[in-house]
Design a protein around this ligand. Structure first.
Ligand code: GLU
Length: 448
């Protein structure tokens, strides 16, 4: 066995021994490890410096109690997390997730992915992630505000525009970022715009940040298709989820002449053959904070499939935009049988490893989240630049920059897939290109 492979196997064993009971984190680590042996063959200095062993160990992890009082005057206790994974390329950067499923394994997998994603963007941002097992669904604005204030009352001491810059993720949108920023400002007596991204455009937020993850995923898909002489125009897409990423995937697909016909949430999915009506979806999801079933009740011709599996709907393109491990092997088999030609991950790690392998064997174009959903964090980096320079760029200019970054992410991943022997394997390409970027910085900065 080549020395590189023996080393990778050793690191996999270390990861397993050090992180018991963290299946999502180990899944994310193994997926990267599967890709990096050829990089180590080319760069034996990375192996000698044991960069992989350092990479899989967060620089710092913070866990804390978040006590708050609900509207009925009952004391509630949640757990807060921030995993500061790697700052070789820039301040820790990554979102906060508020969802009942959040635990250390989930935050670590997300933080680990973020290192490679952020490296791929070519922007000066390290990797981190955080969140809480608090679920904002069904909570009043006042409850969400009190929770955010309590959360920030501990977290603020670990943040800073040059230290760690959180943003949104599942359950954390503009409302939560507003409350978090307000509390940070109050505690520090600093209007430090660059400490959080995803802010309102009237107070330091950047144009296109809100749209960026979804738009970016479609730009990425479009670039993949362009390489094979095709485009999204005229095609039908199925999209899972109904939050920020799904909404803006649907919007950009429509702008480029494609039709997205599904959305979903944990209760089931909606099919609307005429194309999802975004105005109605936004009214239900963002204004009323309701469920997708209400969409079908109010939209003639749309149908809600309770507890249904969105991957059973036939389409050309699939964008999993809900959450991790939402697309299983049987779903991949069904999608392939239904003739899907491209799958792009809008969410983080939504497709299980066996399903990824199956898509690749079947010749389906597959875009891993680290590359395809990098637009969100890339736009966050543009927000940080504007905050530092006290500027604000126009929507058009910002969207053009986002498109250029997504083309760069695509081309770096594609070139790396060629260099390491599997042209068009974007998993190999994204992992290896992301790894080389951060590994070179770590090597230059010594054993820290
Ligand atoms: N949560 C997003 C992601 O998964 C965005 C992070 C950010 O903007 O910092 O990349």
């Amino acid at each position: 066995m080549p020395k590189s492979q023996t080393h990778v196997n050793e690191i996999a064993e270390i990861a397993l021994a050090r992180n018991p009971g963290e299946p999502e984190f180990l899944q994310a680590v193994y997926e990267v490890l599967e890709s990096v042996a050829p990089v180590l063959d080319e760069h034996p200095e990375f192996l000698d410096a044991r960069l992989l062993e350092r990479l899989i160990e967060p620089e710092r992890q913070i866990m804390f109690r978040v006590p708050w009082v609900d509207d009925a005057n009952t004391v509630r206790v949640n757990r807060g997390f921030r995993v500061q994974f790697n700052s070789a390329l820039g301040p820790y950067k990554g979102g906060l997730r508020f969802h009942s499923s959040v635990n250390l394994s989930i935050v670590k997998f997300l933080g680990f992915e973020q290192i490679f994603k952020n490296s791929l963007t070519g922007q000066a941002i390290g990797g981190g992630k955080g969140g809480s097992d608090f679920d904002p669904h069904g909570r009043s604005d006042g409850e969400v505000m009190r929770f955010c204030q309590s959360f920030m009352t501990e977290l603020f001491r670990h943040l800073g525009e040059h230290t760690d810059v959180p943003a949104g993720d599942i359950g954390v949108g503009g409302r939560e970022i507003g409350y978090l920023f307000g509390q940070y400002r109050r505690l520090t007596n600093r209007h430090e715009s660059g400490v959080l991204t995803g802010k309102g455009t009237g107070w330091g937020g950047a144009e296109v940040r809100n749209e960026a993850t979804g738009y970016g995923a479609v730009f990425f898909a479009e670039r993949m298709l362009a390489r094979t002489g095709s485009s999204v125009a005229g095609r039908t897409a199925i999209v899972s989820g109904s939050g920020n990423v799904a909404t803006f995937v649907i919007e950009k697909l429509r702008q480029l002449g494609a039709t997205a016909i599904t959305v979903s949430d944990s209760s089931g999915y909606v099919v609307d053959e005429a194309g999802i009506d975004l105005e109605l979806l936004r009214q239900i999801k963002e204004v009323e904070r309701g469920r997708v079933s209400e969409y079908a009740e109010r939209r003639p011709g749309a149908r809600f499939v309770a507890k249904g599996n969105v991957w059973e709907v036939p389409a050309d393109l699939a964008f999993p935009c809900a959450t991790q491990n939402e697309l299983l092997l049987a779903d991949a088999q069904r999608l392939i049988a239904n003739g899907v030609s491209l799958v792009a991950e809008g969410a983080n790690m939504p497709v299980v490893p066996d399903a990824v392998h199956l898509f690749q064997e079947a010749g389906v174009l597959f875009a891993p989240g680290k590359a395809a959903n990098a637009g969100g964090v890339a736009a966050s980096s543009l927000e940080m630049s504007q905050n530092a320079a006290r500027q604000s760029w126009t929507f058009g200019d910002s969207e053009e920059r986002l498109r250029a970054i997504m083309c760069h992410v695509h081309d770096s991943a594609y070139e790396a897939s060629e260099r390491y022997g599997k042209p068009g394997d974007y998993v190999l390409g994204a992992n290896s290109a992301g790894f080389v970027g951060v590994a070179e910085a770590m090597l230059a900065q010594g054993v820290v």
